[in-house]
Write a protein that binds this ligand. Sequence first.
Ligand code: GUN
Length: 295
Amino acid sequence: MQLLDGKLTAAAYKAQLAAQVKNLQSQGLRPPHLAAILVGDNGASETYVASKVKNCAEVGFESTLIRLTANTTEAELLDTITQCNNNDAIDGILVQLPLPKHISEQKVIEAIDPAKDVDGFHPVSVGKLVQGLDTFVPATPYGIMLMLEHYNINTKGKHAVVIGRSNIVGRPMSVLLSSNHPYGNCTVTVAHSHTHNLADLCKQADIVVAALGKPGFVTADMIKPGAVVIDVGITRVADATKKTGFAIKGDVDFDSVAPLTSYITPVPGGVGLMTIAGLLQNTLKAYLFRKGITL
Ligand code: GUN
């Protein structure tokens, strides 16, 4: 079993990005600029957005964090997005999800200029992804693809089971793994809450991507020896021994599953860090596209 180390892998991609920013600046160009919009006070969202902003600084990107209160109206949020769309100094826009219940996530996603859609959630981005066109790939599946590439994992012709069909992870992940791409070309099964015999299906998989948000759901009896296991879960579970009062748990029961696998991502220290790498890559892509630069 080999660990797919998100910390090391993300650091390698971030070093490349930092060098690219230096190169741009040496030509007198400004760095890429991400605007992150956070509505309300969801603790997990606060942590994720803070990490995104910190990582921008680490690679030399500019970032602006726009904090709006939980009672912000949908119209006010849409207006903030329009201002970011029209601001030429901003290359990428992300609105952290989930949003308060009174705001339509779909309207918000569709309000973002597709040229600045670094989350890849806009229907234009999703449509392009499905058609195999160049576009912004949602950051978590993108980060997983970067990880497969970094460890040069052979995916061609393999059977991948993706557990979860969310727009953020499962659905785009299934499209990427099945597409004609050096780390794609899998035969993909998308499993969800209505799937029958999930354990049997998983047991046939060469690659399992667990993205359902249920801590410890994937157990050793569901895994074929030698499988590659990617754990996307990041659920906060109460833990009195931690300073924060919670521990981050993945969707995979790591201790029982890991010895069976060829490769596995730990939680924390796996996919979460690669999500940030994916977002940073998308922000550079938006910048280059908007400036008409090809590297
Ligand atoms: N909430 C959970 N994951 C994500 C993500 O990748 N982007 C945004 N904007 N919100 C999220």
